[in-house]
Ligand binder design. Structure first.
Ligand code: NAG
Ligand code: NAG
Ligand code: NAG
Length: 821
């Protein structure tokens, strides 16, 4: 496993003798990396929790921080203890309203069941080494007698070294409302953590003289318990807390006598004490129980001892928070042209992008992979992956589709997510994509879901944990990478004529541009050179593993005089489909040929190969690899020709899967289910500029009896026999990713759309583009207003948000549609 993060500089530093240009590239690479490492070191990278912090690229001895809370006036309150972001908690809201991992931001949490409204701020010092988490809370209904119990935990991991000197100790203090800890990590160095109250009233009940129900259980005081938790169990902080607390409650109740339990003490029973006399260790719980009658606020401040910019007073924190919120807003407005007079829409767009960025996580650990199970191509029952073994450790820096439901990296989603991120922060998009490329293994395979370590695994249904190197997924990352390269090159060409002295910019401050790669594309091309062999492997793996066979069709193709025209090596299908599902395609239950057959050929698999070939062609062009460029150009061309020769249905006016006819065994049958699969060659810009075909597809997309709706393009035509049936995942619901591609393709194929012609509505394509874009924006926005979040998909009947809520993965492409299209 070659670590690719950080290889940019390493790679450049081995260039033998620097000429001036190389020296300049080297300087830029170094400062680019320094700035990247610094500004992205700390953030709430534990995407799966409501608020959890860990550093990026610190794998052995990271400092881990987490936040939990519950309302504690009832003894059964623990069932409502919040920790992992989970849509089953039915929070009214948990949402980053403003956020950028380099700068910080603000998250709002509305938890009605617990009667608490939390505002969590995160910000950093300019050198990126120190940070603050500020937690502000208030009751939603202050007339309701309630107690907000907030539990923080933190740990200094010790790493693999048995003689580890990494530690985190409480420092002597007389003031419980100002706890200080001294830490040391072999990777992070010396640091201090300060937990300081700004205001708030600890809970007490006037009906009893004081709150100490038994020694150590007192809701009117900050509680602190320290113990040792092994590194690999720290993610279970919630379970550990619950189990120690349960023991404490039991013994406290026994102590006062079951019949004497006074409800007034409930919040005290529910405070943690060191009932088992654990000796102090690197792990710390801090619990504060606030009365709902007043709002409360406290700061958690992490200061690195080798920084000159330590964060101290409350005013300084106020200013840092204000500055970072402002900076994110300014950066956002610079990148997206969204009318700030329409305040609600502006808020919607900023919040949606912030949640995409707020989902960015840093994951480290082992992946479970089954390399032993052999796929029997002749059977289409679900294949059980029972030979999974741990491999790794790997690291992944990635966005996630949704924090509350899919808090991990998905290969098929990532490319779309990066298309959105790159319009806001080009260099951040580069960090994300290069991390994904580092997951390409020696065979060229990347897992469909990257699930690293037990913490990530705990959120995955068991049948999806084990990954198989036989299974592919749409290679959206290549789509995104080729887009980035094109953008950087175009940008560079336009810069060349400006007299910019790049070499003088040897140092970048914290506030520097986050499009360095765009303004210095030689950095990106150097990276391209480094990564090219891996991408090549990936291409080869995909095309070899998903290759189809024409043999069964030879006779009929010969009869039709077509055998010679078809490129026999350029046909594909998804390996691993079952009777009902084709998970590898990403479009799980979209109808396919019935019954399944080994001879089946999938139009979307072929289309994705076309995208890969085109991307490889572009990369080869940038790297001046002429032979490869023409090789991939040829493959792309073959894909385009085969799409028309094999997959086009004149009768349906769209592209279709192909299988053997089940009545006349040796005949070709086109399996046409109008919807996303039949649009894929169009969406991915793979049809020749053939006005007849284009018009047919535009008609299909414009037909309200089939795919068009007031809310976006339907995944499956209303007239299809499978529309809305069974699981109904990709059988009608509207998905943003394919809609986005279709809009982009309309721009690509129709100059009037691209050039925003005056009377755009007069052409069918122009009308479709205008209406579709408007419908998508209005519907996603209205659902956000009415249902409180963006969704995984949208109902084809009434546009309602369906599937997972808070789906700020690819649905956030709406921000590009609003402000950059
Ligand atoms: C940035 O971080 C990576 C990963 O930890 C490391 O390999 C690299 O040397 C760092 N680069 C600089 C310039 O500090
Ligand atoms: C939550 O608190 C914030 C900050 O005080 C406030 O602006 C907002 O209106 C509150 N929301 C609810 C639902 O209580
Ligand atoms: C105080 O305790 C009494 C029971 O003794 C209870 O009825 C009341 O709701 C409590 N008040 C608060 C604010 O929890």
């Amino acid at each position: 496993m070659i670590a690719l993060l950080g290889t940019l500089w390493a790679f450049l530093s081995i260039v033998r003798a620097f000429n001036a240009e190389e020296q300049q590239t080297f300087n830029h690479a170094k400062s680019f990396e320094e700035y990247t490492n610094q500004s992205l070191l700390w953030a709430p990278y534990r995407s799966n929790s409501y608020f959890g912090i860990r550093p990026r690229n610190i794998d052995n001895t990271p400092f881990i921080f987490g936040l939990m809370w519950f309302e504690s006036t009832k003894l059964d309150s623990l069932t409502r203890l919040r920790h992992y972001a989970n849509i089953d908690d039915h929070l009214e809201k948990f949402s980053w309203e403003v956020y950028d991992p380099r700068l910080g931001g603000m998250q709002t949490i509305i938890d009605t069941e617990n009667n608490v409204n939390l505002t969590i701020y995160f910000t950093k010092s300019h050198d990126g080494k120190n940070w603050v988490a500020r937690v502000h809370g208030e009751a939603i209904d202050e007339t309701l007698p309630s107690a907000s119990s907030v539990v923080l935990y933190m740990n200094q991991n010790v790493g693999a070294d048995v003689n580890s000197i990494s530690r985190l100790d409480e420092m002597p203090s007389t003031d419980l409302n100002k706890l200080e800890f001294a830490g040391f990590s072999t990777e992070l160095g010396d640091y201090k953590v300060l937990i300081r109250d700004n205001y708030g009233k600890y809970f007490s009940n006037d009906s009893v003289p004081n709150m100490e129900v038994v020694p150590g259980c007192d809701s009117s005081k900050t509680k602190h318990v320290s113990l040792t938790v092994p590194d690999h169990e720290v993610w279970r902080a919630r379970d550990v807390f619950q189990s120690i607390l349960a023991d404490s409650i039991q013994s406290a109740i026994a102590e006062v006598g079951e019949t004497n339990v006074n409800q007034a003490y409930n919040p005290s029973f529910l405070t943690l004490r060191n009932i088992h006399n654990f000796p102090p260790g690197n792990f710390h719980y801090i619990q504060k129980t606030f009365s709902s009658t007043e709002s409360f606020e406290f700061d958690v401040i992490y200061n690195s001892m080798d920084s000159k910019e330590n964060i101290r007073g409350q005013n300084e924190v106020n200013k840092l928070i204000d500055d970072s919120l402002n900076e994110v807003r300014i950066k956002f407005d610079k990148k997206f042209n969204i009318n700030s007079k329409d305040e609600e829409k502006h808020k919607f767009a900023l919040e949606t992008l912030s949640n995409l960025l707020g989902g960015i996580g840093y994951f480290h650990g082992n992946q479970i992979i089954d390399r032993a199970t052999v796929f029997d191509e002749d059977q289409f029952e679900q294949i059980k992956l029972e030979n999974g073994e741990e491999e790794g450790p790997f690291s992944l820096f990635s966005t996630v589709p949704s924090r509350g439901f899919f808090p991990r990296g998905f290969y098929w989603d990532a490319g779309f997510e990066i298309l959105q991120v790159m319009e806001y922060d080009f260099d951040l998009a580069f960090e994300l994509i290069s991390s994904w490329f580092s997951m390409i293994d020696d065979d060229g395979w990347v897992a469909r879901e990257v699930i690293l370590g037990p913490e990530a695994r705990s959120r995955v249904p068991p049948e999806f944990v084990v990954q198989s190197p036989n299974i592919a997924n749409p290679p959206t990352l290549l789509l995104a990478f080729s887009e980035m390269l094109t953008r950087a090159i175009e940008n560079f060409d336009s810069l060349k004529f400006e007299n910019s002295d790049l070499s003088s910019e040897s140092h970048y401050s914290f506030h520097s541009s986050t499009s360095q790669l765009k303004t210095h594309p030689h950095l990106l091309t150097s990276y391209g050179e480094k990564i090219y062999p891996k991408l090549l492997k990936h291409f080869n793996w995909f095309t070899e593993s998903q290759k189809g066979s024409l043999e069964d069709y030879y006779e009929v193709l010969e009869d039709q005089d077509m055998l010679d025209q078809i490129h026999k090596d350029t046909i594909y299908h998804w390996v691993g489909r079952t009777v009902t599902h084709c998970l590898p395609s990403g479009l799980d239950d979209y109808p396919r040929a019935q019954p399944p057959d080994t001879a089946e050929l999938n139009v979307d698999t072929l289309s994705w190969v076309g995208v890969m070939a085109r991307s490889m062609k572009k990369i080869a062009h940038v790297l001046k690899l002429e032979d490869d460029e023409s090789k991939f150009e040829k493959i792309e061309q073959e894909v385009i020709e085969n799409l028309d020769l094999l997959h086009w249905s004149e009768e349906h006016g769209c592209y279709c899967d192909v299988t053997l006819d089940d009545e006349y065994e040796d005949d070709i049958q086109l399996v046409c289910h109008e919807g996303y699969v039949s649009l894929m060659p169009f969406a991915l810009k793979l049809i020749p500029n053939d006005p007849k075909k284009l018009n047919k597809l535009v008609s299909l997309m414009s037909d309200p009896e089939k795919i068009f709706s007031d809310y976006g393009l339907l995944s499956l035509s209303k007239q299809d026999e499978y529309f809305g049936k069974d699981e109904n995942y990709w059988r009608g619901p509207i998905w943003m990713n394919i809609n986005y591609l279709c809009l982009d393709a309309l721009k690509h194929y129709f100059p009037e759309v691209r050039e925003h012609a005056e009377n755009l509505e007069q052409s069918q394509a122009g009308l479709l583009y205008t209406k579709l874009k408007k419908n998508l924006i209005n519907n996603v926005y209205n659902v956000w207003k009415n249902q409180g979040s963006v969704y995984e998909n949208y109902s084809p009947i009434d546009g309602r948000g369906t599937g997972s809520s808070q789906f700020t993965g690819w649905t956030s492409l709406i921000v590009n549609l609003l402000g950059h299209f």
